[in-house]
Structure formats: C-alpha cells, structure tokens
Design a protein around this ligand. Sequence first.
Ligand code: ZN
Length: 226
Amino acid sequence: MTTFWDDVWIKDKPLKDTFKRLVQLESNLNAKVADRVTWNGERSAPNWSWVREIRGRTRAELNELEGMFSTIKMKIEKEDYWSWKLSGSGTFSTHTLTKHIMSSSYPTIVSNIPTQRNVLVPKKLGVFIWRARRERLSVLFELDKRGIDLHSILCPVCDDMIETVDHALFSCKKVREIWDKVFMWWGIGTNQKSLDDMLNGFSYLQCSELGVKIWQATIWTSIYLI
Ligand SMILES: [Zn+2]
C-alpha cells in the first residue's frame, strides 16, 4: 500500500522525516496517497485531516509542504494496491516468506540443500529430514548454540558425546544398534560415516529406482522414530 507519509519521498527521505511536526498531528498515519492528494484532472490538491488546528511552527511546515504540492504535478493514475516487497514481481509467495524468515533467523547458515520429496511417506517426515539436514532440531548442542542455558550438552542416552543432530540420529552408540539392524535387514554394509552420508545419494544401493525410494522411506521413517 502506498502510504502518504512513508512512501512519498521528497529530498531523499519520506515525508514523515521532513515534516516531523506535521506528521504528529496527522489523524491517520496510514493514510494512502489518494486520501491526502486529490486530483481533479488538471491539478492536485491536498486533503488534510489533522487531529487539531495547525498553527505556529507547524503552520510553517504545512505551508512548505503545500508549496511543494503546487509545483509538483501529481497524477494518481493507479489505485493503491498491495505489493509483496520480498519478491521481484510484487506477488506474495510462501517460498519468499520462508526464505526471508530462514535467512533472518539463521543468517550464518546458507541453505542450498534442496528439499527432497518421497511420496511413500507423510509430508511431515520430509519436513523433519529437511530440518535434520540443516541441523535445525532441538538437540542440546543446537539449543546451546542459540544461547539457551543448559546444565549439560552431553547426549542423555549415552552420556558420552555431545548431543548434535548427527549424534542423536545417527552416531550415538545406542542409535547405531538400530541402524545396524536396519542395514542388516536390507543386506547393506554399515560404512556410512554420518547422517549426511547416509541421506546423500544412495550409490551404496544396488537396486531399482523404486527400491531406492523404498530405502529412502525406510531410513526417513527410522530417523523420525529415533
Ligand atoms: Zn549418545
């Protein structure tokens, strides 16, 4: 929305910064340009709405502002409309919103890990894996990194290593017992070095595309349950 005091700029700043006294007397700070400027086809004229009468030094500001009006030929051609500033096209999308939130919340983490989908499992599993791969799960190490005061960041299961996402879901010795069984069931050797290693590509598998999808569904489900 094009608001009069924020979006109309004179002298490289919005009107509200140039006419500081006046803006304090504005009855509606969200007034649109069309609310404050009328156009009769030939010239523009102001249409003010103040909370009280303008006098004294504020009067001088108003005179200055109105003086600018008479010199500026302003024509309101378009009706006001909503524009989404985060996307180039001005159209709202949840993708740009998510990207914005993520980059504001985790500015140091560059997310170029693509989202993977697997139709064999519920969507929430895909979301969980997506978060795990970006280390955005509430394991003790991540909570500590984000400034939460904790008594200990050691894994509560083995009490031996720091509870990172990788540790909690893959390398903790208790968790390894589960993975050994899953890998044995599938007849696959357990030589993956990390959670990422296990989730990235499946070159260690010797099976069809469907088999790969089923294996992915198996490990995603296992991770989720762990
Ligand atoms: Zn552990």
